[in-house]
Design a protein around this ligand. Sequence first.
Ligand SMILES: [Zn+2]
Length: 286
Amino acid sequence: MVKEAAIPSTGQGPSNDGRTNLAAVGNLAVKCVKCKEILYGRDLDKNLKVCPRCGYHFKLTAQERIALLVDTNSFVETDTNIISTDPLNFATRSQSYAAKLAEERSTTGLNEAVVSGHATIDGLPLALAVMDFRFIGGSMGSVVGEKITRTIELGLEKKFPVLVVSTSGGARMQEGLYSLMQMAKVSAALARLGEAHLPYFSLLTDPTTGGVTASFAMLGDVILAEPGALICFAGPRVIEGFMHIKLPDGAVSSEFVLQHGMIDAIVHRRDLRHKLSQLLHLYMKR
Ligand SMILES: [Zn+2]
């Protein structure tokens, strides 16, 4: 349910110059979502978009995330030209899915909700796919599933470990069953990676929910999360609306899922690259 199209590269090859390349908020004042502090944009940029007062981790774009994690100029983007065929010819009263996709492409500069390729961290290679929440809430349709599967297959082919950075509202309803099928497809590719004794690292960022949580996000050999990220299958509002109960504060956070043994570690944004480097050395340097 995807096709190759002559659409220019999404990422324009992020120059991934570490900390300096996060899209600048600049001189703007930004209000912290969590502590409501008014922050000076430049201070926030310097702090990797983490609130200096309460530690809230603002969302990053896929390019920002790649710049933060991998060696300078090492990222090579792959599968840049895959787009959805809109298999259900889906439309709401206000807009067709095809029009929605075109709009998202133009506002985000991305082709889809994931950017994939290969890169190095401290000189050690890996295949990686990084989701971007700006594109229809990081939802997983056939293209996202296909690109992540191809990233895993790239790892298999080149004997690279695989990293997927998740941020997602779940499966994309506009592609119905085709979105749900991606859960099985990606999971099957990960099983093959496991059989080949290649490690899979999953990094969960705010928010990781729905079909993404229920498939590849939780299948990592090592599962890391950023502090305070929403991590769940059904979001708190859905649970509260359905069950008519009030969830305790933080019941669907990284800290909660760590406490309940679902993930391996919570890592502050500034330490992520170092942690991944340690893992790559541990698993791959023999
Ligand atoms: Zn704050």
